[in-house]
Design a protein around this ligand. Structure first.
Ligand code: NAI
Length: 327
């Protein structure tokens, strides 16, 4: 049988943590033959640590055959020791009266510390997924704080946007979501992201031709996907958690086990592809094979798409400029 791999999860006692850990432990992320050791990080606060103890008791009570160990931590320097995968979920939420700059600064502090800890103690090939918002900028900060690790191993979660877009397209066309190929989401995990179905097919047919309604694309589809997070908060009184955890599982599983040629979306550091400046943590369509992702190249960018990409890029470079002095 396989040797266990180490999976670190931060914010482990939070909502997403609760929807995520049981699925990792059951083998849904890394495969039904891959034992895992969970290294769980929460803030030192007594309430958070107690909540984490409760989650661990429940994980124990599932008696998962693949769960080879569980550790509780309050310090990233121990939580990330030798870790092969790190899911950075915990972040500072926006509190009442908090300005955007304060939010960026509070998270810059967290992700600088965690990036440095990964740099110091994680496996040299650790694969990092940042979920905590602002996810792209937090991933950028962690990457910049970990100069000894491969840049390409730092990623941000755009998969929820991708899955939301796929679901809207399936509903609009009346076809099954499983038939969708070649969907892309560009840019920031924020309402500025650009979900792009120009090349997509569903059951082999062009999505654009099937829908044949550019007004729907611009006035219904894009705002619906972009504002889906806010719609869920309005309905549930809490931010999306199960769907976010599901997207994190999809992102890591596809990265580790491959996509079989299928396009998926990952937030990854640019190397200049599609004119995005180097190092910007940008949502791109990728395929994955052998544990590596590869950007889908050669997609034609028309005028409207370029405008959308410029807008989401501008937001990201503004965020990144806003934290540069803190790095
Ligand atoms: P939550 O508030 O329920 O849980 C967050 C947990 O993180 C808390 O238990 C908190 O104690 C912990 N935490 C905070 N700072 C930490 C630190 N420095 N180290 C370790 N743990 C820390 O929040 P929830 O709903 O689980 O969401 C987590 C994050 O995910 C939020 O930032 C949210 O905005 C983001 N999110 C991102 C999505 C995406 O698509 N990228 C989608 C949905 C949520």
């Amino acid at each position: 049988s396989k040797k266990p791999v180490r999976v670190a999860v931060t914010g482990a006692a939070g909502q997403i943590g609760y929807a995520l850990l049981f699925r990792i432990a059951s083998g849904e992320m890394l495969g039904k033959d891959q034992p895992v050791i969970l290294q769980l990080l929460e803030i030192p606060d007594e309430k958070a640590q107690n909540a984490l103890k409760g989650v661990i008791m429940e994980l124990e009570d599932c008696a998962f055959p693949l769960l080879a160990g569980i550790e509780a931590h309050s310090d990233p320097m121990t939580a990330f020791k030798d870790t092969d995968y790190a899911l950075l979920v915990g972040a500072r939420p926006r509190g009442p009266g908090m300005e955007r700059a304060d939010l960026l600064a509070a998270n810059a502090q967290i992700f600088t510390v965690q990036g440095k800890a990964l740099n110091a103690v994680a496996s040299r090939n650790v694969r990092v997924l940042v979920v905590g918002n602002p996810a792209n900028t937090n991933a950028y900060i962690a990457m910049k704080s970990a100069p000894d690790l491969p840049r390409k191993n730092f990623t941000a979660m755009l998969r929820l946007d991708h899955n939301r877009a796929a679901s809207q397209i399936a509903a609009k066309t009346g076809k099954a979501v499983a038939g969708i190929e070649k969907l892309a989401v560009w840019g920031n995990h924020s309402p500025t992201m650009y979900a792009d179905y120009r090349n997509a097919t569903i059951d082999g047919q062009s999505v654009k031709d099937l829908i044949n309604d550019e007004q729907w694309n611009r006035e219904v589809f894009l705002p619906t996907v972009g504002k889906r997070g806010a719609a869920i908060i309005a309905a549930r009184g809490l931010s999306s958690a199960a769907s976010a955890a599901n997207a994190a599982i999809d992102h890591m599983r596809d990265w580790a086990l491959g996509t079989n040629g299928k396009w998926v979306t990952m937030g990854i550091p640019s190397n200049g592809e599609y004119g995005i400046p180097k190092d910007v943590m940008f949502g791109y369509p990728v395929t994955c094979e052998g544990g590596e992702y590869k950007i889908v190249e050669g997609i034609a960018i028309d005028e409207f798409s370029q405008e959308c990409i410029n807008k989401t890029l501008k937001e990201l470079t503004d965020e990144q400029d806003g934290v540069k002095h803190l790095l």
